[in-house]
Ligand binder design. Structure first.
Ligand SMILES: CC(C)(COP(=O)(O)OP(=O)(O)OC[C@H]1O[C@@H](n2cnc3c(N)ncnc32)[C@H](O)[C@@H]1OP(=O)(O)O)[C@@H](O)C(=O)NCCC(=O)NCCS
Length: 116
């Protein structure tokens, strides 16, 4: 799922790509799915783009029968930690010193339910 400028600069090799969030089919198992990437171009952060795309992805997955989402981030990634907490994810396990130098991997999950 992509957010893209409608009139990108022709010199822009990313063709106006500003945000991407997604999972691949292989990461869906029964009613669970794993989100394997999320990123907003540094120039376009803090405008709500990640939230917009993430909510759309959640809606799309829920329609497909997914009701549990999983993802992970590193303990040094403060922006991602704030984002996932704001989106309603909770940490269910921590892999200590997973990447050396005291960096931990935080595993998150979120349950999806029908919107009111
Ligand atoms: C994490 C990441 C995807 C967030 O993307 P984003 O598009 O900036 O996210 P949003 O704009 O939806 O929300 C981010 C912040 O902007 C704020 N914001 C949203 N709309 C805003 C607006 N109109 N004005 C001011 N602030 C706003 C949000 O409240 C949020 O604040 P907080 O982080 O202090 O709680 C981005 O920082 C990123 O790409 N990081 C590098 C890649 C990465 O680490 N991905 C995660 C891998 S695990």
């Amino acid at each position: 799922m992509l957010a893209q400028l409608t009139q990108p600069d022709p010199a822009d090799i990313l063709e106006g790509l500003v945000e991407m969030v997604g999972f691949t089919r292989e990461w869906q198992y029964q009613d669970d799915a794993y989100i394997n990437f999320l990123g907003t171009h540094p120039c376009y952060r803090k405008h709500g783009i990640a939230k917009l795309l993430h909510v759309r992805l959640e809606d799309m997955l829920f329609e497909r029968g997914v009701n549990g989402l999983y993802l992970c981030t590193l303990s040094g990634n403060k922006a991602a930690i704030r984002f996932y907490q704001r989106m309603g994810y909770g940490v269910y396990s921590v892999i200590l010193d997973d990447r050396d130098r005291g960096i931990n991997t935080l595993n998150y999950r979120k349950s999806l339910s029908a919107k009111q």
